[in-house]
Design a protein around this ligand. Structure first.
Ligand SMILES: C[S@@+](CC[C@H](N)C(=O)[O-])C[C@H]1O[C@@H](n2cnc3c(N)ncnc32)[C@H](O)[C@@H]1O
Length: 207
């Protein structure tokens, strides 16, 4: 599907047009070898802080392009000096993925409740040409986790990944509403589950 939502071949992603000019990350020696996960659109950092705390065996970069939100996330993170495996950055994921992440360096990409952008396919991560860059930085066996309350967005993502063929598989697909032992992981997930909406989660693996 093209950036305009059509079925034409998408224009290739032009990574050279995107440049990240923000803060550079220096990991400490002991974190450098941990599997790297990246969150796109981390909001105010709720998921990132919980996840980094629950999984000290990974390191996480949480990217949020709205300055006020990433600043709020960073202020929250200041209260958790022990979380040396987490960085929250004010960054557009397209720029960060293009200029900061090496090919096949990322084990998991989290996309929780992305903006739906119904009129702008170039902003929908799975059908825009940016997905090429996501694929390129993912290590073999790595995965993209998508959660959304919008069924059409979820189905569109499944179809887009199916079209990529045998190199990809949908390894898990669940509906979060009513799921036992599931606590909300982000502000948007909390809001939607409290409203009784169905939230869909898919894990797409690059073989
Ligand atoms: C609907 S909010 C969800 C926030 C959080 N993930 C949650 O579940 O509560 C989507 C967020 O994605 C951010 N965002 C959208 N496009 C982005 C991009 N290209 N790079 C980084 N962040 C982006 C928006 O600024 C917004 O904060």
């Amino acid at each position: 599907m093209g950036d305009d939502g059509s079925t034409k071949n998408p224009r290739p992603f032009r990574a050279e047009f995107w440049r990240y000019v923000g803060e550079k990350i220096e990991w400490r020696e002991r974190e450098r070898t941990l599997p790297l996960e990246v969150e796109i659109g981390g909001g105010v950092g709720w998921f990132a802080i919980q996840h980094a705390r629950a999984c000290p065996e990974i390191r996480l970069i949480s990217l949020e392009r709205t300055r006020e939100k990433s600043d709020k996330g960073r202020r929250r993170l200041d209260h958790h000096p022990e979380l040396t495996n987490l960085r929250i950055l004010n960054a557009d994921a397209r720029a960060y993925f293009s200029s900061e992440l090496e090919p096949e360096s990322v084990s998991r990409v989290w996309i929780l409740y992305p903006n739906p952008n119904p009129k702008n396919a170039s902003e929908r991560f799975f059908v825009s040409s940016f997905f090429e860059r996501i694929q390129a930085v993912l290590a073999p066996g790595g995965e993209v986790v998508l959660a959304t309350n919008i069924r059409e967005y979820f189905e569109e993502a499944c179809t887009a990944v199916e079209r990529l063929g045998a190199d990809w598989e949908l390894v898990n697909k669940i509906e979060l509403q009513g799921l036992k032992n599931h606590s909300p992981r982000s502000h948007f997930e909390k809001k939607y589950l409290e409203r009784g909406e169905i939230c869909y989660e898919g894990r797409f693996r690059k073989r």
